[in-house]
Design a protein around this ligand. Structure first.
Ligand SMILES: Cc1cc2nc3c(=O)[nH]c(=O)nc-3n(C[C@H](O)[C@H](O)[C@H](O)COP(=O)(O)O)c2cc1C
Ligand SMILES: O=C(O)C(=O)c1ccccc1
Length: 439
């Protein structure tokens, strides 16, 4: 028997997404089935911990230093309380928004997450599948576990033209930057997010204590090994290292090695005596990021891509103003999920200062610690145009693959829809600071 309240089309998210989702879950419950992922963040985290390896948990759940930025993200959210309004006819409402010319079902995106292969093989393909089902943009990580073209193809298979962005780490090799940007345009990216807060990796005790860095083991470098410019650099370096003995090393041979490695998880680093894998990993570590990055580079980016440019990792109102002046299209207020600077400002506190400084001139997104629909509501009320979700969708992926990643974000959107209505609002555009009180 089909229940008319259960959406057969998973893309039918707006217009009462909250009640539809509740009904779906309760109907399944009558048949003795539990939801595939917990519907609250605390339980989601606990369950994910049980199925993840120690290394995966350290990398994905871990934060910088003593974890105080992660705590600050939550504390900042908790200092704002929603003050619901009543008797305002909220029977018909929508969580939909417009962003860079696209209509989206909700002010929610999937944050870029690198080295997802620690949680599931070719993680990015599954997350892309999940995002396409929801019609929610997926920001592909530059440190992803599958080539962007493969992820884009999977998304198009689910829903042609499903929204997708590319997140760029600015390499020391400018030709690699151009190559990545050209590929992003080619695979249909709707925007490029340049991450500014990770020019160097933060101090991460959970990983350090295990001696575990995924990239050093060849995990999370698939955007690089699938790149013609990166392949060329590695071939040059291998030739320089062993050229005398192996003059036959060619770009084609390296390309073949990389392609085999991408299809067989972990195989790149199996043969540690061969120079190619070591050179590939060392090359990645040497060139993925350029700490000398500065505002002039960002100003010049306009001439290098036609895509809307979004700066990720902005926390100071002056940097936000500078972003407006330099002519980018948006910023993501973020402390990288508390993974970079320990003791940094909570991203919601930063948002509260930045949104008035930007004053609607460019798009303002936010992430870091935003894990529920109520959190997204608070972010919107404090002036964000949308919020991005990082670890929660990775926990869903670890627990139940693409369906798990999808359900986690669908639950967040469902709760957002209910919070919207129960707080007395019918559209995202109406929600402003009046909805909140500082406590
Ligand atoms: C395991 C992991 C890997 C990440 N990798 C990247 C990355 O490759 N690029 C990037 O810009 N941000 C990366 N981030 C940061 C996220 O995009 C996002 O800012 C953060 O996860 C948001 O906080 P939340 O996890 O509390 O939602 C990563 C975060 C995690 C947890
Ligand atoms: O782990 C991260 O958060 C991340 O973004 C990253 C990026 C480059 C190298 C290592 C980690």
């Amino acid at each position: 028997m089909t229940d008319p309240t259960v959406p057969t089309d998973p893309t039918a998210l707006p217009a009462g997404a909250g009640r539809l989702r509740q009904n779906e879950i309760y109907t399944q419950g009558i048949h003795g089935r539990r939801p595939r992922v917990p519907t609250d963040h605390a339980e989601l985290e606990r369950r994910a911990r049980r199925v993840m390896s120690d290394r995966a948990w350290a990398y994905i759940a871990g934060g910088a230093g003593e974890g105080s930025t992660m705590a600050a993200n939550r504390a900042a959210l908790d200092r704002w309380a929603i003050v619901p309004r009543v008797l305002r006819d909220v029977s018909s409402r929508s969580t939909g928004i417009e962003l860079f010319g696209q209509q989206l079902p909700a002010p929610v995106l999937f944050s870029p997450v690198g080295a997802g292969a620690l949680a599931a093989h070719a993680a990015d393909v599954h997350i892309g599948h999940a995002a396409a089902e929801l019609g929610v943009p997926y920001i592909f990580s530059n440190q992803g576990s599958a080539p962007m073209e493969t992820v884009a193809a999977e998304m198009d298979r689910v829903r042609s033209g499903a929204p997708r962005w590319f997140q760029l780490y600015w390499s020391t090799d400018d030709d690699l930057v151009d190559s990545l940007l050209a590929r992003a345009e080619g695979m249909g990216a709707n925007a490029v997010a340049v991450t500014l807060d990770t020019t160097m990796l933060g101090w991460r005790p959970q990983d350090l204590n295990l001696g575990s860095l995924p990239f050093a083991r060849g995990e999370g470098i698939d955007q690089y090994t699938s790149d013609p410019r990166f392949t060329e650099i590695v071939a040059q370096r291998v030739r320089a290292a062993v050229g005398g003995e192996k003059p036959e090393i060619s770009v084609g041979a390296i390309k073949t090695l990389f392609s085999i490695a991408r299809n067989a998880p972990g195989s790149l680093m199996k043969n540690l005596t061969a120079p190619e894998p070591r050179v590939a990993v060392q090359t990645f570590l040497d060139i993925y990021s350029r700490p000398s990055l500065n505002w002039d580079d960002i100003a010049g980016l306009r001439d290098r891509t036609t895509l809307p440019i979004v700066l990720k990792g902005v926390l100071h109102p002056d940097d936000a103003r500078r972003a407006v002046d330099v002519g980018v299209d948006g910023i993501i207020v973020s402390n990288h999920g508390g993974r970079q600077v320990d003791g940094a400002i909570g991203s919601i506190d930063a948002l509260a200062a930045i949104a008035p400084a930007v004053d609607g001139r460019i798009k303002v997104l936010v992430d870091s610690g935003i894990h529920t629909g109520a959190d997204v509501f608070k972010a919107i009320a404090l002036g964000a145009d949308a919020a991005c979700i990082g670890r929660p969708h990775m926990y869903g992926l670890a627990l139940a693959g693409a369906d798990g990643a999808r359900d986690v974000v669908a639950n967040i959107i469902a709760e957002l829809d209910l919070t919207l209505g129960l707080a007395g609002y019918t559209s995202i555009a109406d929600v402003d600071r009046d909805a909140l009180q500082r406590v």
